[in-house]
Design a protein around this ligand. Structure first.
Ligand code: F6R
Length: 244
């Protein structure tokens, strides 16, 4: 794994966006795998800035990792709304080129199958990932096994507690989500794992330096040939001697 450590999330976001730009300009129909949450916000800000400076995104296809079950797309905490706010509304990405699991589907099983067909038809060139405090990627939570394909997941208590900061109360936090599976993530040609802040330092050290373990889902990224871990000084605290 390549490791890059920046002074601030903003600097890291600019670096990640520059890599994304390299992918976008080198392919006729680039496919970006995207994440939500606090972590990728500096990346989206930098990408929007590149768009404003002339980067064309009209041929780019985006495929998001996950969505809560039971939140309509216009719910302010849905990942549909997050993507609109932070990226889609500010670029020339075409709506029909943007994909997020439908957490309101009447058949969630069919929705998972539809998403896997989409991933099959549009192999991801660059996957952006955050990491949960428990090591999850997408919503592939720590478990005795990791599921390969898109599936419905019951969120772990620590994930719900962490996500509660966006909701009025813990009772409002969705308990389930649809997420891409780990095999789909590992099939991306290139992966950027972003993590910022002191609360991510321990799990980053485990995921990057520890053994590959299903109870630290991000550790499976060690098996991919082209992963760059993009950190700020605080999230890198557990990696003494990492490249600076
Ligand atoms: C969200 C996702 C999650 C988040 C993770 C970190 O699409 O895939 O794995 O990346 O929960 O969330 P933040 O960035 O809010 O700490």
């Amino acid at each position: 794994m390549n490791i890059r450590i920046f002074a601030t999330p903003q600097e890291a976001g600019i670096y990640a966006a520059a890599i994304a730009e390299g992918v976008l300009v080198s392919r006729p129909r680039p496919v970006l795998g995207l994440a939500t949450g606090t972590t990728p916000i500096p990346f989206y800000e930098a990408l929007v800035n590149l768009y404003r400076c002339g980067l064309d995104m009209s041929h780019t296809i985006t495929i998001n990792l996950d969505e809560y079950i039971g939140l309509p797309p216009d719910h302010p905490q849905s990942y549909h709304d997050f993507m609109r706010q932070h990226l889609f509304a500010h670029t020339n990405l075409r709506t029909e080129h943007t994909h997020i699991p439908n957490g309101m589907a009447s058949s969630l099983q069919e929705e998972c199958e539809r998403y896997d067909r989409l991933l099959h038809d549009h192999p991801i060139d660059l996957q952006i990932l955050g990491i949960g405090v428990n090591g999850h990627i997408g919503f592939n939570e720590p478990n005795h096994l990791l599921l390969a394909r898109t599936h419905v997941v019951r969120l772990r208590e620590e994930t719900m507690r962490s996500n509660a900061r966006f909701f009025a109360s813990m009772d409002d936090v969705p308990r389930e989500a649809i997420t891409m599976g780990v095999q789909s993530i590992l099939q991306a040609e290139r992966i950027l794992l972003l993590a910022f802040g002191p609360e991510k330092a321990d799990i980053i050290a485990e995921a990057v330096r520890g053994n590959v373990r299903t109870d630290v889902p991000a550790s499976i990224l060690q098996l991919h040939r082209r992963v760059t871990v993009v950190l700020d000084a605080e999230s890198a605290r557990g990696l003494p001697g990492a490249i600076r």
